[in-house]
Design a protein around this ligand. Structure first.
Ligand SMILES: [Zn+2]
Length: 252
């Protein structure tokens, strides 16, 4: 089967000589992915139709279709059918794949401690950057969420959801989309739907900490935002670890 050697081609992406026993379909997927990471391809670039891809790869249309389906499932391409259709490099949807990562973390049996340590690293940096980068709209959103906290403080489930949105809003105010996607992913795994250790004093303490966080973000005090978030996530970590231990099966 003819294979187009990549480096002899002027195209932004093509096919290297056979390197392994991988199927041609998975090699097409690899080459497109590598071209993306090397910035030879970017969001919006047109890859062509299934027929074009088959011709370029020297493969059958079945192989090209299989590769395109995999690339679509990976979120790398968007496929439009019909006349004028074909595959195009996708615009990217980190939120969607944050959920996919959450599924994988759950399947891998990630411990509460591992998750909370990662969450702490992400949220400390997010709070620091929020103090540097928050816009007036971000601050308005954070203040609205504080009002929502007050309105829902007697409803444990609603209050928990409001708190989750608050932490995500702090990450969004950092204007770092990597941090947002990572936090979103961890929230899928670690944020409880029902917060069993949420007593009234704990809820009021959280509200007070969130208020202080918004104040220091608004006053652009990055060091204080970092410190406050660090203490806060340590507290959350301690509660989650104790909840996890309470769930553990007892022996003897
Ligand atoms: Zn909080």
């Amino acid at each position: 089967m003819a294979v187009i050697p990549f480096r002899k081609q002027p195209d932004p992406w093509s096919f290297e000589p056979v390197r392994s026993s991988a199927t041609l379909s998975s090699r097409i997927v690899d080459e497109v992915r590598e071209a993306l990471f090397d910035k030879r391809l970017k969001a919006g670039d047109f890859l062509g139709t299934e027929k074009d891809l088959a011709e370029r790869a020297g493969a059958s249309r079945i192989v090209a279709r299989d590769a395109l389906r995999t690339l679509q499932a990976l979120g790398v391409v968007e496929i439009k059918v019909g006349s004028g259709g074909g595959a195009r490099i996708a615009g990217g949807n980190p939120a969607l794949f944050a959920e996919a990562l959450a599924v994988q973390l759950t399947l891998a049996g990630i411990s509460v401690r591992e998750m909370m340590d990662a969450q702490r690293a992400i949220e400390i940096t997010a709070a620091e950057l929020a103090a540097e980068n928050a816009t007036p709209e971000d601050l308005l959103k954070l203040r609205d969420l504080l009002a929502e906290h007050e309105a829902t403080i007697d409803d444990s489930a609603a209050y928990t959801r409001s708190c989750m949105r608050f932490h995500l809003a702090v990450a969004e105010a950092s204007h770092n989309r990597v941090l947002v996607a990572q936090l979103l992913s961890l929230q899928h795994v670690s944020w409880p739907a029902q917060n069993r250790t949420l007593t009234d004093p704990v809820a009021r303490h959280i509200l007070e900490v969130h208020r202080q966080l918004v104040d220091v973000i608004e006053s652009r005090d990055a060091a204080a935002a970092r410190r406050l978030m660090d203490d806060h996530v340590r507290m959350i970590r301690a509660r989650r670890v104790s909840e996890d231990q309470a769930d553990a099966p007892h022996c003897c």
